[in-house]
Structures are given as C-alpha cells and as structure tokens.
Design a protein around this ligand. Structure first.
Ligand code: ADP
Ligand code: MG
Length: 611
C-alpha cells in the first residue's frame, strides 16, 4: 500500500527551500549585505568568526524595522519590496524574493536587533531553526543588526560539506567585494575573527577599487565609458601589459548587481585579442545600466545569472568600447589617466607662451638610482628650481665613492646607493654633495614625511603590517583621551598595534603588539602623543580622519633630532625620502630639505672680508 500524501512539516519545507538560497556562509553574507543596502545603510559592518560557522553578523544604520516587520521578515515570501508579479520587472533593489531571512532562520540561530529612528525602543528577536524563541523590546541603535550563529547547526550534512575555512572565507570576502564595488558611497568595515581587515571609506568607484585591490591598480586601469540607447556602460579595464596568468579581478555588474556572463566575457576577451599573451587574463570592472524591462533577472535562485534581451547588441557595444579605451589609453602607458597634476614635459608648440615650471613631483623618481635618460617623465622640474632633479645630483662622483667604499669594507653593497657618502651634522642634519651643490636634510622631518606616506598607503592597502609582540601591558588615560583613543583603535590596529580595551576599566587599554621600529619603553608616551597630536594635527587643512591618523603617527613614531645615525641608516632615510610623493615637505608643509647651490657657496667666498 502506498503511503498517503502528507504535507511536509513546515520546518522541513523551510530547510529544503533554504538549501536553494543558502548554500554556504557566503550566501548569508550576500543576502544580509543586500538587505542592509536596500534598507539605506550608509555605514555597514560585517563581522565573521570561524569562517562564518560560528558567526556572521551584519550591522547597518539603515531604516530599521517596526516590531511587526521584525517578526514578519522571517516568514517565507515576506518582503517589503514586491507587491505584484509586475514588480518583478521594475525591481531596482537587490533582493526581492522574500526568502533570504526565512531560509537563514531555518538553518541557523538568528538574533535580530532593529530599531527605526522614529521608535524609542528597538526589537529583539531570537529565532532558531524557524522557531521564534524570544521577541522583546530592547534598547539599540537605529538600524538593524542580524547575527547568524552556528550556521547549518541542524543540517549536519551541509555543515560537513563546507570547504576549508580559507575557501569559505575567500568566498565571503568575494561577496563582500561585489557589494562594496557597487556602493562606493557606502562605508564598510569587514572584521575577520575580531580583526578589521577592510575599512572602506566612501569615495568614487576608482577609489573603491584601489581600497579593495591596492593602490598599484591605479596605473593599471583605463576607463571604459559608452552611453547608447540600449545600454550605458562604464567602469575600468586593465591595461594589456598588466594582464596576469591567473583569472583575477573580473567583474560585471548590471543595475548595481554582480552578474556572471560568459558571453559578455567573450566580448571583453576579444577586445584584448592580440594585445595579451595566450592564457593571460585582463582585469575588468564593467557596469551596465539599462532599463530593467530589458532584463530577466529571476532565472536563477542566487541571481548571478541574468538574461539580457538585447544580448547581441550589447556584446557589440561592449567589445567596441573596451577596444576603444585600450587603444586610447594604453598606447601611452607612461601617462597616468587620472594624475591630478599631469604635466607636459616638453613644450613642442613654439607659439605657446613660456610658463614657469609647475610644482610637480615624480613619485617614482629616486635620484640615487642610475637615471634613465630616455624616460620623459624623469625630466620633471624640481620645485623652486629650474633644474630637473637629476641635474642636482653628482652621479659620476657618486660612482667613484661607491667603488672606494666597497674596496674599504670588502663587501659588495646590495644596492649601489647604500654606499653613498653622507655626513651628519649636530645629530640632526644629513648632508650630501649633489651636482648642484649641497643637500641638507632634516632627519626628523624627513622621517615624518616617509612614515606619513607609508601609513597612508598601509591604510589603503589594508595589509597586515609587521609588528613586534609585547608582554601585554596596560596603558591608562584620562577619560576624554580614552574616548578618543577608542575611536582610533581600528586605525591603530591597522598600523600594527595590537590593542584592546581593558575589560572592566573604561580608561585602560591592553597593548600586546606595536609597530616594528617603535620603542617599547615609549609605549605610553607614544600613545599619549598620538592622541594629543590627533586632536590638533591638520585641523586647518580639513584632513579626513585617516590622514590625521597617519600624520600623528608619523610625527610620533619617527626618529628624532639628536639621534646619531649610522651611515646605513642615513642612506636608507635619504633613499626612502626621495621615494616619497612629496619629499621636500612634511605633511603639514614644513621643509624637509634645502639645497645650497654651488653658486651660492661661490658667492659667499667672493665677498670680501669685513674690515
Ligand atoms: P527580500 O530582501 O527579498 O525582501 P529578505 O528575506 O531578505 O527578503 O528580507 C525580508 C524583509 O525584511 C525585507 O523585504 C525587508 O522589509 C526586511 N529587512 C530585511 N533586512 C532588513 C534590514 N537590514 N533593514 C531593514 N529591513 C530589513
Ligand atoms: Mg533580501
């Protein structure tokens, strides 16, 4: 006898349905981030613990929900974003199926805290395997926080099916990148096991790409832009010479949502044909905007596959616009497309009036390296001098001294410039002979400039910086300073501090790691100085927090005057200084160096002695 037909119990149905939407931790990250964006969040935090198995939490400062909605949002097909089937076509928001929260709640323990700005109290809901355990009023900030704990706790098969922690984590980051790239106007923080690994501040698309993938991307991308009646295309494509052997950053987005599109990928590939070697992959970040009626987005539950009604036309437009951009920009690889002070090294038009040289610095130029005369960018004028940089330097004399230094020490320096002869005056000024005269560098200010640029770069790269471990030590601050320090904790950590708030003391912090090069004995004093100078530094310059942080750290962690330096240290300092973007000034505009020209010296010898 066949069994009679029974309805599946609701929680089993939910679990099965969940399997379609929530495949892995990354799916949770995607759904929660999309909801946070849809709710108008401008500051979004993502916290991940144990590769998403222990915790995935997304906190936004968006609209929040009413107590009723807070309960309703876990119902299947509960959505505030869709009323009729027609809406499907006009939908602009990211999620619209009303399935995500219900699915997540079916396979995890979920804690929702939410409050609308108009409500005095928020709402807390605990729900576990689709069962509501608690709903109560609670005090919480405006917006919504969803914590997803012990994902798949009741679906062991799926939990066992997860890939390695690294792979799951990478997938979650990838989902995060996809959302963050589409919303450069939104601030994001991404915490992995308590450590903030991404801190993205609002900016434009190009800045967002650099924040995520590193500043080195700047010179590698060309803009792609094309407006047509069928589709608007914008974004960036990698210069052919930077194509890599691994499929790296390749992103298509349509109307603000990441998509995969093998057919359009083929269009981009074709644009690069003959420009890159075989089995190399270009980077691209391409955004399509078009009428939602020309799309069918709902063909795949995870919504990364999208059908375009005008696929052929868009293929052709995409191919043409990428090709055009590569042609226009990548044939002149030495010109950065977005350089603020781009300059014209040689004025070829004899009718053009002669203008005084602009203050422009070549960030890559290092006067201690052998010059490459063929590179036109190396003839940029030095501020306040009509001499290009390389003329300032006595390259021949340099090489002679290098050779004799090698002979003396019996060792071959790894870099030629390491044997440059330098002289320290009053434990403060470093003096070098250069072609046009005498270079004098203020060691404290020079180091301040070097560290400032390094810290700025670190902040953008979001890399883990090198640090030295300490036996944990406690630093105590006056309460107002402690408050400020608390705000600065993420930045301090980014710079290499391992610092936590002390558990039961509002004004104490426990430090167990400091940036390499910082003196342990100076810990308390350095932190005090950082806080102090943070209050004042750059205040007249309207710097953002990150810049002020970099500047105050640079001021306080740098080498000081009155410190005797070894030859190698001086060399490194000078080399690092001239690798800076703006070597000749401290962050707040003081001179780091002066050059006394040979003419000036000669003139002084010409003066007759006073009677
Ligand atoms: P969908 O996003 O497809 O509507 P979800 O299950 O993801 O479905 O969310 C259900 C509903 O819960 C949303 O339509 C929205 O009204 C509400 N919601 C979910 N997350 C948030 C949030 N972070 N802030 C405000 N409302 C939210
Ligand atoms: Mg959603």
């Amino acid at each position: 006898m066949p069994e009679s037909i029974k309805l599946l119990p609701e929680h089993v149905a939910n679990q099965i349905a969940a399997g379609e939407v929530i495949l892995r931790p990354a799916s949770v990250v995607k759904e929660l981030l999309e909801n946070a964006i849809d709710a108008g969040g401008k500051n979004i935090r993502i916290l991940i613990k144990d590769a998403g198995k222990a915790l995935i939490q997304v906190i936004d400062d968006g609209s929040g929900m009413s107590p009723d909605d807070a309960r309703m949002c876990f119902e299947r097909h509960a959505t505030s974003k869709l009323r009729t089937a027609d809406d499907l076509f006009a939908i602009k928001t990211m999620g619209f199926r009303g399935e995500a929260l219900a699915s997540i709640a079916a396979v995890a323990q979920v804690e929702l805290k939410t409050r609308r700005s108009s409500d005095e109290l928020g709402n807390l809901i605990l729900i576990e395997g689709s069962k509501v355990k608690t709903q109560e009023s609670t005090a919480c900030p405006t917006g919504t926080s969803v914590s997803v704990k012990n994902l798949f706790f009741n679906v062991p098969a799926r939990r066992n099916f997860l890939k390695s922690d690294t792979m799951e984590t990478n997938q979650m980051m990838e989902e995060f990148f996809r959302v963050a790239l589409v919303h450069p106007e939104t601030a994001f923080s991404f915490f992995l096991n308590g450590k903030e690994t991404y801190h993205l501040i609002p900016g434009n698309l190009r800045q967002r790409i650099l924040q995520i993938f590193g500043n080195h991307m700047n010179e590698k991308l060309v803009p792609v832009e094309q407006d047509t009646v069928v589709v608007n295309i914008r974004g960036f494509a990698g210069k052919p010479q930077h194509a890599r052997k691994t499929r790296g950053e390749q992103y298509f987005f349509v109307n603000g949502r990441f998509i995969r599109h093998p057919y359009f990928h083929h269009a981009v590939d074709t644009a690069y044909r003959q420009l890159i070697p075989e089995k190399h992959f270009p980077a691209y970040f391409i955004f399509f905007e078009l009428d939602p009626a020309d799309l069918d987005v709902n063909i795949h539950p995870t919504k990364t596959e999208v059908k375009f009604l005008n696929e052929k036309a868009i293929y052709a437009i995409l191919l043409a616009s990428v090709r055009q951009s590569l042609g226009k920009f990548s044939l002149t690889p030495s010109l950065d497309f977005d350089l603020e002070n781009s300059l014209d090294p040689v004025s070829r038009d004899p009718n053009r009036p002669i203008v005084p040289p602009k203050i422009t610095i070549n960030p890559d130029y290092n006067p201690f390296q052998t010059q490459k005369p063929s590179d036109p960018l190396r003839t940029r004028p030095y501020p306040g001098s009509s001499q290009p940089w390389e003329k300032v330097l006595n390259t021949e004399g340099e090489q002679l001294r290098t050779a004799s230094a090698q002979a003396e020490t019996g060792e071959i320096p790894s870099r030629e410039e390491e044997a440059r002869e330098l002289f320290q005056l009053k434990n403060r000024y470093i003096i070098a002979a250069v072609r046009s005269g005498m270079l004098i560098v203020d060691q404290e200010r020079a180091h301040e400039r070097i560290l400032f640029e390094r810290f700025l770069e670190l902040q953008q790269k979001q890399e883990v910086v090198s640090q030295q471990e300490l036996f944990p030590s406690t630093c105590v601050f006056p309460l107002p300073d402690a408050k400020l320090l608390k705000e600065l904790l993420p930045d301090l950590r980014q710079m290499g501090f391992v610092i936590e708030e002390a558990l039961h003391h509002e004004n104490s912090f426990v430090v167990s790691g400091i940036p390499t090069g910082m003196e342990e004995s100076m810990l308390q004093q350095s932190l005090e100085e950082i806080v102090d100078s943070f209050k004042t530094i750059g205040s007249g310059l309207q710097w953002d927090k990150a810049t002020r942080m970099a500047a105050s750290l640079a001021r306080n962690l740098g080498i000081r005057n009155n410190k005797p330096l070894q030859a190698a240290e001086m060399n490194k300092l000078i080399n690092d200084l001239f690798s800076c973007k703006i070597p000749e000034l401290t962050p707040d505009g003081k001179k780091t160096l002066v050059i006394i020209t040979t003419d000036e010296i000669e003139n002084r010898f010409k003066q007759t002695a006073r009677q």
